[in-house]
Design a protein. Structure first.
Length: 602
């Protein structure tokens, strides 16, 4: 940088300003100063610089030297532009000329200086001019109040406000500001951008199984990998527990967003080492385009969020673009979710019961309980219309608690009307099955109603059994320990393995109606059904055939030794009052077969 001196003549015009302001550390008197002023200069708890009008330091007091990291006397003859940015030095000299001309002082807040080691020092600055007895300007006086600690604290607070302390990524607040700036830039120069909304799949399992420290470590590694997938002009932020947002600036086409999503999937494919475990991570990504999908930042975030949930619906570990049709689909889903939350409070749910009979005689030995939703506008809805939403949102937990209580109450009625033991089947959803409070909720319902748990039969699917074997085994054995029976529902549609029948205390399997529908005319289905019945019996497991609609199906099952059957041939799902009547001696001998399509509505 060039010096700020104007000329040697300028120095002569100032006369002996330096001599007048020469250091008096040895006790010499300053112009127009007293011993008290000299003492103040040397001992003031504030930095003081005496400067000439060309920007050279004539003398600095000990506080200023210490503040800027200089040894005594080392600041003398230092140029201002070595202590502050060049632009700031020019501003300071301009201020000095103003004070010379007009008098008074100039104050500058949060002035940045450079210490000798290159570090930043921040000060509030006051500038004034020292004059002779004849009012001639002699030299400038700069007072420096050190605010470095305050500035650093302020920066730390700002960082806390805008950055995630765990991953060091921007947080939601910073991302929202960047998104707003991007939208405004898009309006101004017609540029395009993309917003990616990411949610890690099954992250809760890492926290639950390996602990929160491992979960934090995983989040940090994911954050670093995400940053590696984008340019320096793009923004990656952590906006929630396991949620991240990526803002891609100035993209050429929508395909650019998909390419970044593909890179993200690729980098996350590499296992993350957590302690002694290698953890695979997948993510679901929703993409919305700017300005194609809107120019309102809040709506854009909602769009990307909706697209992300669509990606989860499509099996996770994929990306989906936002679209109007997606918005309509998910808006309906959101409406159903909201109505589901209200349905329990409004007593809109009810239970119906479908008979399970001895295959050979048609004698009722129990019922399967089935949930119905009496929707105020859409009428009666079967679980297929809403159960997935209830699962995904967790509403199923509260619903399951109500179902457990209601079925136990109804079971007491059914058994009392029958005057003999009955088996009452209760479907347990995957989300319920993973809920730690399931067994205690069942125990509570049993205690309140007085039902003998041996009359209860909990129906779970093959897929649920094979998910997290250790946890599943513990849950199945806890249910069996209550005295209840465990049945595998929809057998043949999941892992189709009888191996777990030896590992778990399973009492029955229910052959899915997809195998029953075309027997005995379909040779393959007939052979599979016969083989399943035979193998189950060898393992001392009872067999129930679902979806039985015709007497031909019934005769085939009887011939194969199938224990029990369930379907429209024997009875449709019915309210508790009808179910109580159905267990009368004359009830349910046979019924008119109905279409397979009607059976699938069960």
């Amino acid at each position: 940088m060039g010096q700020l001196r104007h000329s040697d003549a300028r120095e002569r015009e100032q006369g002996s300003a330096r001599a007048i302001a020469a250091p008096l550390r040895a006790g010499n008197a300053r112009p127009r100063s007293s011993a008290r002023l000299n003492d103040t200069f040397l001992n003031a708890p504030i930095g003081i610089l005496l400067i000439d009008f060309d920007g050279t330091v004539l003398e600095a007091n000990p506080f200023a030297e210490d503040m800027l990291g200089f040894t005594p006397g080392a600041l003398d003859r230092t140029l201002l532009e070595t202590l502050v940015p060049r632009e700031a030095a020019i501003t300071l000299l301009s201020d000095l000329k103003t004070v010379i001309r007009q008098g008074g002082r100039v104050c500058r807040s949060e002035w940045q200086l450079h210490a000798r080691d290159g570090s930043e020092v921040w000060a509030n600055l006051h500038l004034m001019v020292h004059r002779s007895d004849h009012d001639a300007p002699l030299f400038g006086i700069v007072l420096l109040a050190d605010i470095t600690d305050t500035k650093n604290s302020q920066r730390a607070m700002e960082r806390l406000a805008f950055y995630d302390t765990l991953t060091d990524l921007g947080n939601r607040r910073l991302f929202n500001e960047r998104l707003t700036q991007t939208v405004e830039r898009s309006r101004r120069d017609q540029s395009r951008a993309a917003l990616l909304y990411l949610d890690l799949d099954q992250f809760k399992r890492v926290n639950d199984t390996l602990g929160h420290d491992s979960g934090d470590q995983l989040l940090c590694e994911v954050a670093a990998r995400l940053v590696s997938c984008v340019r320096s002009v793009d923004t990656v932020a952590r906006t929630g527990g396991d949620e991240f947002c990526v803002l891609l600036e100035d993209i050429a086409s929508p395909q650019a967003a998909a390419e970044v999503a593909s890179r993200i999937f690729e980098v996350l494919k590499q296992p993350i080492r957590l302690g002694h475990h290698d953890i695979g991570v997948t993510t679901s990504i929703g993409i919305t385009l700017i300005p194609d999908d809107g120019t309102d930042p809040n709506q854009l975030l909602k769009n990307a969020d909706l697209a992300m949930y669509r990606a989860k619906e499509q099996g996770r570990n994929n990306h989906q673009y936002y679209s109007e049709s997606l918005h309509a689909h998910l808006s309906h889903r959101l409406q159903v979710e909201q109505e589901l939350r209200q349905a329990l409070a409004r007593s809109e749910f009810s239970m119906v019961y479908q008979p399970v009979v001895e295959t050979a005689t048609g004698r009722v030995i129990g019922f399967e309980s089935l949930l119905r939703w009496g929707h105020p506008e859409l009428g009666t809805l079967a679980p297929g219309d809403f159960i997935t939403i209830a699962e995904d949102t967790g509403i199923i937990i509260d619903m399951g608690r109500w179902i457990m209580q209601q079925v136990c109450e109804d079971a007491v009625q059914l058994i009392r009307h029958a005057g003999r033991p009955l088996s009452i089947g209760i479907n347990v959803s995957p989300r319920q099955f993973r809920d730690a409070s399931l067994v205690s909720e069942i125990e509570h319902a049993i205690a309140r109603t007085g039902i003998d748990p041996r009359h209860l039969e909990f129906e779970i699917t093959e897929t649920m059994l094979m998910h997290d074997i250790e946890t599943t085994s513990a849950m199945v054995h806890r249910l069996a320990a209550l005295g209840a029976r465990i049945t595998i529902d929809d057998f043949g549609t999941g892992y189709s393995s009888l191996n777990y029948l030896r590992k778990f205390p399973i009492t029955a399997i229910k052959i899915d109606q997809s195998f029953i529908r075309d027997i005995p005319t379909n040779g393959d289905d007939s052979a599979i059904t016969a083989a399943v019945i035979a193998m189950a019996h060898r393992l001392h497991v009872t067999v129930v055939a679902e979806g039985v609609e015709t007497t031909a199906q019934q005769r085939f099952l009887v011939a194969q030794g199938c224990d029990f059957a369930q379907g429209y041939l024997f009875g449709r799902p019915m309210p508790i009052t009808d179910a109580c009547a159905a267990i009368a001696p004359r009830a349910l001998t046979s019924a008119t077969p109905t279409s397979a399509a009607a059976a699938s509505a069960q």
